[in-house]
Design a binder for this molecule. Sequence first.
Ligand code: TYD
Length: 204
Amino acid sequence: MFISFEGIEGAGKSTQIKRLATYLESFGYEVLVTFEPGATHFGASLRKVLLDTDTQLTDPVAETCLFIADRLEHISQVIKPALDRGAIVLTDRFLDSTIAYQCGGRQLSEASLQPLFDLILISPDLTILLDTDPNEGLRRAKARAALDRFEQENFSFHERVRSTFIDIADRSQDRVHVLSVDGLSIDEVFESVKIVVDEKINRR
Ligand code: TYD
């Protein structure tokens, strides 16, 4: 079982993933928690350059290629081996982030990037989209640490990212489950996460 968590910065993905991992492990499942970009040694270098505010990139397709390269190594070194041995894999971001940030945020056409997306041969069984208002998400991201290259983008960039995630959810309703997190506590969000994941596991 392969589950991705998606959403703009500050939506609380990593907190929910940690809680879900502990919950699933309590039933005896092997759980692998991972993330993009940067989960492999190779990817860590890409993450550094992608998030560094000093990085000068003029062609957003180049940026997209780095995220795809990170993902290909992530799949072959981390995700695929874990799925093959029967683990449940929880990832903080996957391909939907590239569609939301590079097609939505950077305004690249999805059709032009489709050949790159076709290189990604696995898809999550379930995606949980934690939806939050960008004002809220960015406020939380700012409180956490210095802003990275994406967090520094203007507000309309983040609004486009958010609405692209919602578009993806609308056209992939079998896979993507949207949870609105604004005004909810971590516990309340986790109750909903549990319901969605339990149902998916029980259906298998
Ligand atoms: P992440 O470490 O998940 O940031 P955060 O914890 O703040 O949510 O991701 C780093 C940034 O990379 C994030 O701003 C989203 C961006 N990103 C893309 O633009 N495209 C992608 O394909 C991925 C995976 C991430």
